[in-house]
Design a protein around this ligand. Structure first.
Ligand code: GAP
Length: 510
């Protein structure tokens, strides 16, 4: 088998990834037999392994392999006062616009409009949902508007604005993207994204509670408990992974923005006099290096510093690590320097001081925090998008065929090694292959496959990202016991001993 073309991502990469995810059991729409439910997803047999591997790598590197970070697992439903103190009840909102005719709802900052100006005169408005080319879409819509209305004159280049910038007298003139007609869009209003529920048998206001919209507050609320019980000393971090819930107005881009998702967050507490900028930079670099360690290419990663004037009053700085998804460069991981806002808020609201005694100065102070917060599902999507490639290969008979390959790092691949007897009708090959399979499985995720031609079996593993296939052939049983190791990316094959195989796995899977 040899490579005929350079591996490349297809033009419709996102479609290809979504299709592979479904076809091979990585991700399914939730409740699909009932038509699905927008913004919710299920992870299938391979998806759950990939997700667990990413989570485990993060936990091992962030918590177990460090001496200055400890873990917690806090409840999803917390005392409602937590969300009042944190500011979520009052301010965890997105601007919402309704279309009264179609009953569609839009996030105002994702719904764009422009005045159609001909010979310096506004003759109407056009609208478009945010895309890779929003300005281009609006320009095309303006040209079409002018043509349809047979308006003569020079069309000015459109100036795209989002609905949060619309003036009250403009709103009735902007067409709804659902109907194409003006008059049905409402002015933007604040929509709280927390899911409400009731705790206990009562359904009144006193029983209202929320599904957490972030895992972070669990670490703040447990700060004192960890300080009092764990042997921690500043600077130190508290980490957790777990589900968060946001009633997103427009969940989209597959698992990128969903309503139920998993976060991996860490609150790194530092002395009030410590150099926050140094720690902020440290964690940005750490997060980027970690993403590379699980296989994301440097070329797809970039940084975005939030504008100072748009930061919350308590924030000293926020930098997002951005990833080049097929639908654009988007936030993957946010690293925020939050001052001592959260602990102070909880101290004030609960009446329980959240300070620490400084032996050196004999003074109490509330620690400051740096918070790296990432979505596990977004990393999952990033590794699928970065790893997916199609290439042309020539088989031993000279036939050219397409190979789909998922170049997942061995650290996170759902299956680390596939064990294949060369022929399934030779009991001695099968017995030897099954014995090796059982041995590998004690430590690493492995897959046994004896069905079909060997080339097809390789191809099935390529598509799910298995880094290595091991074939048991006659040389294995009749000669020196070596097996053929086939590398997914290069498709090169070589003979190795069992001991060498385990050494390779030990080195690459950590
Ligand atoms: N505690 C801070 C916090 O939650 P955030 O920027 O709102 O900050 C952190 O969320 C990360 O969680 C984001 O960078 C993103 O990776 C992920 N995330 C946020 N909303 C999400 C959604 N609706 N679907 C999937 N992931 C999401």
């Amino acid at each position: 088998m040899s490579l005929m073309s350079t591996p490349s991502a297809p033009e419709n990469l996102m479609e290809a990834v979504v299709s592979l995810a479904k076809r091979r059991g990585f991700v399914f729409p939730s409740s699909e037999i009932y038509g699905g439910i927008n913004g919710f997803f299920d992870y299938g047999p391979l998806g759950v392994e990939l997700k667990k591997n990413i989570r485990d790598c993060w936990w091992n590197d962030m918590v177990r392999r460090r001496d200055d970070v400890v873990g917690v697992e806090t409840s999803i439903i917390m005392h409602p006062k937590v969300w009042e103190a944190s500011g979520h009840v009052a301010g965890f909102t997105d601007p919402l616009v309704d279309c009264k005719t179609s009953k569609q709802r839009y996030r105002a900052d994702q719904l764009f409009f422009a005045a159609v100006i001909v010979d310096g005169r506004t003759v109407g408005y056009v609208s478009a949902l945010e895309s890779d080319n929003t300005a281009g879409d609006l320009q095309a819509a303006a040209e079409s508007f002018k043509r349809k209305k047979a308006i003569q004159g020079q069309l000015a280049p459109v100036v795209a604005k989002d609905m949060t910038e619309a003036q009250p007298d403009e709103i009735p003139l902007i067409p709804s993207p659902a109907t194409g007609e003006p008059g049905s869009l409402t002015p933007p209003r604040a929509f709280n994204m927390m899911f409400e529920t009731h705790v206990g048998a009562m359904r009144d206001a006193s029983a209202i509670a929320y599904l957490r919209p972030e895992t972070a507050q669990g670490m703040f609320v447990d700060f004192k408990a960890v300080v009092d019980t764990g042997r921690v000393k500043l600077p130190f971090g508290i980490a957790q992974t777990g589900k968060s819930f946001r009633n997103e107005i427009t969940p989209r881009n597959f698992i990128f923005r969903s309503r139920e998702f998993e976060q991996m967050e860490m609150e790194f507490f530092i002395h009030e006099d410590d150099d926050w900028a140094k720690w902020h930079r440290y964690w940005i670099d750490w997060c980027k290096d970690w993403l590379k360690s699980i296989g994301l290419p440097d070329s797809h990663l970039s940084e975005y510093d939030h504008l100072k004037e748009k930061l919350a009053f308590y924030s000293k700085g926020t930098t997002d690590i951005m990833f080049k998804y097929p639908f654009g460069v988007q936030e993957l991981w946010g690293i925020a320097a939050r001052g001592n806002y959260d602990l102070t808020q909880h101290a004030n609201a609960s009446g329980k001081p959240q300070d620490i005694f400084d032996e050196a100065t004999k003074k109490k102070f509330v620690p400051h925090v740096i918070e790296p917060a990432v979505g596990l599902d977004r990393i999952f999507l990033a590794v699928l998008c970065a790893g997916y490639a199609e290439e042309e290969v020539k088989d031993d008979k000279g036939n050219v065929e397409k190979r789909t390959v998922l170049r997942l790092s061995p650290r996170i691949a759902p299956v680390k090694v596939a064990v294949l007897p060369l022929l399934k009708n030779k009991p001695e090959l099968v017995a030897r292959a099954q014995a090796l399979y059982a041995k590998i499985k004690r430590k690493y995720a492995a897959f046994y496959d004896e069905a079909g031609a060997i080339g097809r079996r390789y191809r099935r593993q390529d598509e799910i990202g298995t880094p290595w296939c091991v074939t048991i052939d006659f040389e294995t049983i009749e000669k020196d016991g070596t097996v053929t190791l086939r590398d997914r990316d290069s498709m090169q094959q070589k003979r190795i001993t069992e001991a060498e195989l385990f050494a390779l796995l030990d080195e690459q899977v950590f």
